[in-house]
Write a new protein. Sequence first.
Length: 294
Amino acid sequence: MQLFTTAEAAAYLRLKERKIYEMVAEGAVPCTKVTGRWLFPKAELDQWLAASVTRPAGMTQPARPPIVAGSHDPLLEWALRESGCGLPLLAVGSEAGFTRFAAGEASVACMHLHDIDDLEADANIDNLTGRGDMHDTVLIGFCRREEGFLVAPGNPLKLKSLADAASKRTRITMRPKGAGAQLLLLAMLHQSKMTLDQLTTVSPVCQTGPDVAQAIRAGRADIGIATRAVANVAGLEFIPIVWEQFDLAVRQSDYFRPAFQTLIKFMVSREFAARSRELGGYDIAGAGAVRHST
């Protein structure tokens, strides 16, 4: 996430710093305060600017790029390719993908968010209902999937939990900030009254589940969070944590476009069902159904 200082935000918005401080006091500009300093997320500023644009009567909003942005998933990646819908996947993590979607930089956001206080909470829906700029958004169920710890074949370190990983100082992979798997890890730490400092983390950060699997197979890490499907493909041991909802957010106007409709139809096909069984760790009973509409 790119953060601007007050001076940098003023230059970016072509305003005086004094005006920025006035807007902060009025709650009129997106910002956050860290160790006494005001910081301004560039993505939030871009979204704020886009939302405030006034267009002449009859002028339509520019079309959003036909991109699916957000969390990586093996079944989704396969479905986008095999369906022929023409939508590419930009795997940047759940929160980053949703930020791009909100800013009009992607037509679909794929996400699996987690509530820090409740692993079973439907955080995807909560994320939509908690915002004021999602009034024309539909949340489509893609699947429920099993998320857990990946470890080496045979689980040689006999790991069973996050507490085990901490006490045995096993090397654990991190995912990018805002990625669904990282949010799950933070929620587990919170519920266990543990901190990230108690874990032995390895770098670099793993962008996707297959990257976690590769780090373990290469011996660079001992444990990491990903889906059962990733573990099965990589031939790794899987320690289940939770079944989570994996959803696609799309604007109503984009929902009816041919590309997304092609994907929706494929999600209820026999080929899709067969692939989900082959990968393992998926429940596709609600695939293609509208879970929430704003």
